[in-house]
Write a protein that binds this ligand. Structure first.
Ligand code: FAD
Ligand code: MG
Length: 320
């Protein structure tokens, strides 16, 4: 059995994107990175000439016609934002830009500034016209940010590209958003995915996930944050308060078939907290979840201890 892997990487979306194949295939890697670059250029809010920025700059003025993948993703993101009790909000951009967490944000904005931006984050004020494929933000100052969903969408898209090129086994890593396509030719036919140790400065992991044909997406508070007066302010914001969500866990990783759904649910469940999340997951046996709590527990929901192997014994494993 072929045990060799071939790794291709590129910096995109401010992170390292990696593609692991079981064959040497520079041409496919190039096609994948080109497609990702094109999508980044359409979706980014970090450059002014993207399709999303065209919508944001026209807020309160006029609708903007966008390409079909962008329209479809905005539709999905709006749907996720309108789920009852969902903290996921595609209209969060004014608050993201105010806090600048992960982008040189170093101090807490004033209550006034937060409130002025918070009132611009109602997803109901994002109007979609599917006949024209146009998007209109009703109030000036509104903005769309797809940071909590785009990488999931992109990972699923890479899987399709690979399959169109006859590649059924691969690992896609979009800066921690991971999608295992098919199975691995290596050890036990599972792809082995390390779960990062929160706040570790190097590549330490707390354990290994063994997956086939699954996505593993993590939402956590330990990569994009700053500290002020002993408090950690991280990048997942509560649309109801305008402040970072304050929960009893540090990260949640979702194991799912679709990476888009994993990305949506990693953010939604981060916002729900542990006990409400467990309730949601009791009705969604197709979604596995791994929570790392503030008191060093790792709680597995719809995931068994064969799928997740703990390696860092300073953490305690808690099954369903
Ligand atoms: P998730 O939990 O999935 O999402 C959190 C992110 O979603 C936040 O960073 C914020 O952007 C947004 N968000 C915050 N609160 C909410 C909420 N309540 N509801 C919905 N969304 C919320 N990073 C760079 O450093 N430089 C770049 O140039 C850069 N370019 C990017 C371009 C694109 C197209 C994309 C998709 C991402 C880019 N990023 C870049 C990363 C981006 O800024 C986010 O930090 C990243 O997508 C967070 O993803 P996550 O999976 O860690 O967190
Ligand atoms: Mg997400």
């Amino acid at each position: 059995m072929n045990r060799e892997t071939y790794a291709y990487s590129k910096t995109l979306m401010g992170t390292c994107v990696e593609l692991i194949l079981h064959e040497s295939n520079d041409a496919v890697a190039e096609i994948v990175f080109k497609a990702l670059q094109q999508l980044e250029d359409k979706l980014t809010v970090n450059q002014s000439n993207s399709e999303i920025m065209a919508i944001n700059l026209a807020a309160g003025l006029n609708p903007v016609v966008v390409s079909s993948p962008v329209f479809a993703l905005i539709e999905q993101a709006k749907k996720a934002s309108l789920i009852k009790g969902s903290c996921f909000n595609l209209a969060i951009e004014p608050l993201v830009k105010l806090w600048k967490i992960g982008f040189n944000g170093k101090s807490v904005p004033s209550l006034d500034e937060i409130e002025q931006k918070r009132i611009l984050t109602d997803p109901n004020l994002i109007h979609l016209n599917s006949d024209e494929q146009s998007v209109f933000l009703e109030k000036k100052g509104m903005g769309i940010d797809l940071g909590a969903i785009a990488k999931g969408y992109m990972a699923d898209m890479v899987k399709l590209i690979l399959q169109q090129h006859g590649i059924d086994n691969a690992l896609i890593n979009l800066g921690g958003n991971i999608l295992a396509v098919g199975q691995s030719n290596c050890v036990e036919q599972y792809w082995r995915v390390g779960l990062k140790k929160p706040f570790a400065t190097n590549d330490e992991i707390v354990g290994i996930l063994k997956v086939k044909n699954k996505s593993v997406v993590t939402s956590g508070i330990y990569e994009r944050y700053f500290e002020q007066n002993g408090r950690v302010y991280h990048h997942i914001l509560n649309p109801l308060t305008g402040y970072p969500l304050d929960k009893e866990f540090i990260s949640v990783s979702i194991i799912s078939a679709s990476s888009l759904e994993g990305d949506i649910y990693s953010t939604i469940l981060y916002g729900k907290g542990l006990y409400e999340s467990i309730d949601v997951l009791s009705k969604r046996s197709d979604l596995g979840a791994i929570f790392i709590t503030r008191n060093n527990q790792i709680k597995l929901i719809n995931v068994d201890d064969k799928t997740f192997e703990l390696s860092d014994k300073t953490y305690q494993l808690k099954l369903n």
